[in-house]
Ligand binder design. Sequence first.
Ligand code: XIL
Length: 359
Amino acid sequence: MLLSVVVVVLAACAAYVSGERGVGQAGPGTAPSGQASAGPALRDLMPANIRIGAAVDGRLYASDDRYRSTLVTDFNAVTAENAMKWANLQPEPGRYDWTASDQVVALAQSHGQAVYGHTLVWHSSVPSWLSESWSREQLRSALRHHVRTTVARYRGRVWAWDVVNEVLAEDGKLRDSIWLRKLGPTYIADAFRWAHEADPDARLFVNDYGVEGRSRKADGLFKLVRELRAQGVPVHGVGFQAHLRSNTAPIDATSNLRRFAALGVSVAITELDVRIQLPVSTKKLLDQALLYQHMLKACLAVSTCESFTVWGFTDASSWIASHYPGYGAACIYDSDMKPKPARDALLHELRRRVAPSPR
Ligand code: XIL
């Protein structure tokens, strides 16, 4: 089986590198004009109970036809890459600017896409006007106000929220952040309760990176989620960001996801990208494709996996180049909006499920 997967993906790599039509691409006339010919849409092959999403740049979604048509063809969910982060939502104390986030939500709704909210509490993107010199009560009340206001605004329109993002350190203990320092560990449970009050139907997630496979950090997250659930805190899911490198697979991702699911929570792949150390080669594209497929497989293997989201779908606008010098080409479409072998690998995995190949 593994061999057949590698052969298919390798053929896709060869075709992609030589500029030919890739495996999994359909014949003429199947793609709307002006759009990369990519065969069947990923969203059409995804099991009905799992959303397939992409992080989006709202400006491109609104203004770039090729970006939008690829996005709405392949994905039935979106996450605002930056528009819902606190510093962007509330540039000044008391003044919210919903322009960018409202735009993403409206565009998604008009294209039949669900919205995954990202993110309410984070150590990063904290508004600059907010100061650690404030009293504990002042800070707690600012956080409470932010969580309630944001979730209430999108009540019924955002199906899930990353309530807390990246709250763990590499050793699995709680991350040293303004929230932990000033409010103590209870800020996490508080944030979930505030969010739940503001939209009782929203799915509430804890989201982190470096927890996809077995690791100390994943163990710490497991403990945290178990404790929160035992205290009756409304945590409904665990988001595994999955910012990966093409040469490093997470250890035992499927069994790791399963142990979280056994706690009674959903799981989701929330920010998958697979960066390549430049220059790109056929081998690295193959590794990348297999890793995308590996993470999809892990999600499909867990009955409570609710969504599978990539962090940007095109190399033209991925965050990787600016945050990881020397790395790039992390997405499933290239910077020319041409589908890469990684997309073929996802397609292959989904098709295999629809029509399992003979043994
Ligand atoms: C990143 C965005 O992609 C960048 O555009 C921005 O400059 C910084 O944040 N984990 C997260 C995301 O939870 O919010 C981050 O997004 C990537 C890492």
